[in-house]
Design a protein around this ligand. Sequence first.
Ligand code: PLP
Length: 390
Amino acid sequence: MRTVAGFDRIGEENAFAVLARAAALAAQGMDVINLGIGQPDFPTPPNIVEAAVKALRDGQHGYTPATGILPLREAVSADLNRRFAVEVNPDNVLIVPGGKVTMFAAILMFGEPGVDILYPDPGFPIYRSMIEFTGARPVPIPIREENGFAFSADEALSLVSPQTRLMILNSPANPCGGVTPRAEVEKLVAGLAAHPEVAVLSDEIYDQMVYDGEEHVSLLTFPEIRDRLILLNGWSKTYAMTGWRIGYSVWPDRLYDKARKLAVNCWSCVNAPTQFAALEALTGPQDAVRKMVAEFDARRKLVVKLLNELPGVTCITPKGAFYAFPNITGTGWKAKPLASALLEKAGVATIGGPDFGVLGEGYIRISYANSRENIARALERMGDFLATGT
Ligand code: PLP
């Protein structure tokens, strides 16, 4: 049987393989501390869970419109308006089964052989995987430690070619925790004026996780690119809802109907009770979000301090998301063998930097979505392992 070439090129997300391996080791009796997977360790707030249960009890068992229920699309618009003072028509909002689906839809819409798609490296691995799936050429935008792991507008713009159709941006970022400052975003938007044919996918799924008084600058706030901007966002990280599978995107008029048709062809709609849960998430009390972000902040400070005490490790302070990206070149280890040895020998799951791109060599990703106690235990084990090799 011969499948299409894209399936020979499609990649995956190693975090899921590490999660499975960590679970297998735990099943064998190992005490594994998971700093690998990127998901909040908190339960979904109870008011959100109750809204889903109520929706099920109220008989919300059928298809909804493919674009999502109108009250939810209206709530997304209101939330974006409240947080960024922007006007978003609910008819430009698409409710999707997770942030990844927006990525899939946008990359599928622009990618084909002969086309360049720019994406961050190190970056979320699915960008590159999907670009390769379509046959487009993946062009990495380097994300550098010396730049605080923020995007460099000059570097990103210098990579635009006549073949470029889509530029993928992500701030706050996975895996490095970088937050791109306003001046850099403004410079990028100004530079894009010279490339009106380039669409932009802005992945803002960590937008509420910024620290040290840092500002999240949404690309939505730049009217000059709104007609070619696809915004990716959702509930997975902010409301601890990774397993519910729901997200949203904002599409410009000229692309919305294509995305809607993809929804009709592919997933029909997000399951109805989850949409009601997401509605409660946006319209109910927000104190659970504030509490989670404050706890992430405390863990961030702890993990950075402890990482910098490890022999051969240095770690800049990440400004956003819930990841630290320590430089491990001073340990003498390569990143992937180190991540693997830490899991197999020390019972600490992390992800090797190369799983996020070629510029990830020399780094490992630490997700600090775990308790302070577990972070301290994990870092102690890492210190022992680096000192003794066992
Ligand atoms: N974008 C980034 C940068 C992510 O890190 C993730 C998840 O790890 C996603 C998108 C996907 O989110 P979802 O679970 O809603 O598909």
